[in-house]
Design a protein around this ligand. Structure first.
Ligand code: FE2
Length: 288
């Protein structure tokens, strides 16, 4: 008892507090923060998780792997053509085997990295929803599961930003990462949502999708969007249910907000959408 009290007093001394603060705060890279989160939160010990950023289009690419499996199978969600080499280098450094390159939807603001990834790693399978109408090796539908080792992502249809948008959600069982993780694409952004005025978009449909497929998940479910323009990295279902300035409104108010955004014509749409409909392969010599 006395020993514990002394130890507790010792740890409360400023030099020890400074030490523990510096360990947590000085390394500021996102990779460090993610690894702290992965090891200290209740994330499954099987899961290796990295959130990667492409700054021109403010796109997040997510790397998930089952590192308990001998092959360390991995997948990428929403890779970008410009950062394919970075992603593949990281995958090689970590000793992972990339199985799937997945898209949440046909992006209008950047060219997907899936086509380029396949030219550099031919065994990789591209994945997109059947409803997208785009080209890929694997077409997923609501309720499908995409597995890597013992981990899996469930496919939920969340149209409205585009007609073929899906959200990939980690499994609910106890052996899957807890809290659950939802990769929402552009359906839910942190304190926002994707526009609904192009690509078969519908504000009515987006509202229904989000409220029925994402906001019904447990409140501690982590929301990882496809983009962020303000520096946010992650949110939760509970946080967005309470604070999302658009999606907390009633449906008619939401529709009115979405129809009055007065956004500029997406500058990459005429290049990105045709390329992404063919898995990003359009301008690659091997596809000609
Ligand atoms: Fe999008």
């Amino acid at each position: 008892m006395t020993h514990c009290t002394r130890l507790q007093r010792l740890l409360l001394q400023p030099k020890f507090l400074l030490y523990s603060k510096s360990r947590l705060l000085l390394p500021s890279s996102r990779t460090f923060l993610r690894s702290v989160m992965t090891s200290s939160s209740s994330f499954s010990s099987k899961l290796l998780f990295r959130q990667l950023f492409e700054k021109e289009s403010s796109t997040y690419t997510y790397l998930l792997a089952d590192v308990s499996h001998p092959d360390k199978p991995a997948l990428l969600i929403d890779p970008v053509d410009k950062t394919v080499d970075r992603d593949l280098n990281l995958i090689n450094e970590l000793g992972l085997k990339l199985i799937y390159a997945m898209n949440t939807h046909v992006h209008a603001d950047h060219v997907t990295g899936t086509g380029l990834l396949k030219t550099k790693a031919p065994s990789v399978k591209s994945v997109i929803s059947k409803a997208s109408g785009a080209k890929a090796d694997v077409f997923v539908e609501p309720g499908d599961k995409v597995s890597i080792g013992d981990l899996y992502l469930e496919v939920r249809a969340t149209p409205g930003h585009t007609a073929g948008c899906v959200t990939y959600v980690t499994g609910e069982e106890a052996d899957q990462p807890q809290p659950r993780m939802a990769f929402t694409g552009d359906a839910v952004l942190i304190r926002g949502c994707g526009r609904t005025d192009f690509q078969g978009g519908s504000s009515d449909q987006l509202y229904e999708s989000v409220h029925s497929q994402i906001f019904t998940l447990p409140k501690d479910t982590l929301i990882y969007p496809a983009h962020d323009y303000k520096g946010f990295e992650v949110s939760t279902v509970g946080e967005e249910l309470q604070n999302n300035p658009r999606l907390t409104k009633d449906k008619e108010t939401f529709k009115s907000i979405m129809s009055n955004l007065n956004l500029a014509y997406p500058k990459m749409i005429d290049v990105a959408v045709p390329a992404n409909m063919v898995c990003g392969l359009q301008d690659l010599p091997s596809a000609i």
